[in-house]
Design a protein around this ligand. Structure first.
Ligand code: AMP
Length: 306
């Protein structure tokens, strides 16, 4: 049984108030698969790269035990490229450039060895490609999580709504929840979005944590107050990867495990933002992850004497 993660494998150029990078490795599937690999050892990636994506970068997936058989290489083409600039509060950013390149005609081929997929993370990517992956799996996975962003809402809302119908969990940020639902109140937004198909909705609020909605239940997870945030890029993807990686590890889907999964996802996201790009989440130790999760527990647990 395995966890399949699809999404962009990319080059990013990032500008924050703390510095600027040239092209560095990024992409939704990159962050998500690295994060998931800390919890589950059968992570398989589906994506596409150009011949500009060096072998040493592909090797970093393999070193984390991530299967790259589903990562297509397009000779003579360029990898997906994204460039963004963060505002001073680091919670908002402007996309400066999105070059789809290899993504433009991406046909996701599922290797036979991936047909044992039990958990599927549809990371940020063209909604049609996300749907195609679902339709090409012989058996419906036990859990399908969808992550997306405003970019696809702006240009492919109809396709995105079709994809949303097919999944169990949707993860988006607060601005995207408002855009998708047309509601300002996140409670009203969640109500509407849960009627679009998913049974669970996670609304990420950057440095203010995340909310989980399911039926009439709401869980609020904190974000860890961090002294140094260098680069928020990939936090959402690391969150999604940590979230589904933890669920794949425990193997049972229920509200309580979802709550814990959100804490594990938040822990990986908190590491991600502490350095530029994937630097930090490439080299974590299991003990560091465990300590970080305990910090989340300590942060917001309290008892009240009645
Ligand atoms: P996040 O900060 O979690 O939203 O993810 C940032 C990552 O998503 C970057 O590494 C980008 O390469 C990738 N990305 C940016 N725009 C898109 C897009 N439209 N579709 C897929 N991936 C994207």
């Amino acid at each position: 049984m395995s966890l399949i993660i699809i999404g962009t494998v990319a080059f990013d150029a990032i500008e924050t108030p703390f510095g600027k990078t040239d092209k560095i490795v990024g992409g939704a599937a990159t962050y998500a698969s690295l994060a998931a690999s800390y919890f589950y050892n059968k992570v398989k990636i589906i994506g596409v790269i150009g011949d500009d994506f060096q072998q040493e970068n592909v090797d970093k997936f393999t070193q984390h035990g991530i299967d790259t058989e589903g990562l297509q290489v397009k000779e003579g083409e360029k990898s997906f490229f994204w460039s963004g600039k963060y505002h001073n509060d680091m919670n908002s950013r402007d996309t400066l450039i999105t070059e789809l390149n290899v993504l433009e005609n991406f046909d996701p081929i599922i290797p036979e060895s991936y047909q044992d997929c039990e958990y599927l993370l549809l990371g940020n990517l063209t909604p049609i490609v996300q749907q195609t992956v679902i339709s090409r799996l012989k058996n419906r996975p036990k859990l399908i999580v969808l992550d997306t962003m405003n970019f696809w809402m702006d240009i492919m809302m109809e396709d995105l709504l079709e994809t949303i119908k097919l999944v169990d969990v949707l993860t988006i940020n607060d601005a995207e929840a408002r855009q998708l639902s047309g509601e300002y109140s996140l409670v009203k937004a969640a109500k509407k979005i849960l009627q679009m198909g998913p049974k669970y909705l996670i609304i990420k609020k950057g440095e203010h944590g995340a909310l989980l909605f399911h039926e009439d239940k709401i869980f609020s997870a904190p974000a860890l107050p961090l002294a140094d945030v260098f680069d928020p890029t990939g936090a959402g993807d690391a969150f999604a990867g940590g979230f589904i990686g933890y669920l794949a590890k425990v193997g049972t889907i229920n509200f309580n495990n979802m709550k814990n999964a959100i804490i594990y996802g938040s822990a990986l996201a908190s590491f991600c933002v502490e350095q530029f790009g994937t630097e930090k989440i490439l080299n974590l130790k299991d003990e560091e992850v465990a300590t970080r999760v305990q910090e989340f527990v300590n942060l917001s647990s309290f008892t009240i004497e009645a």
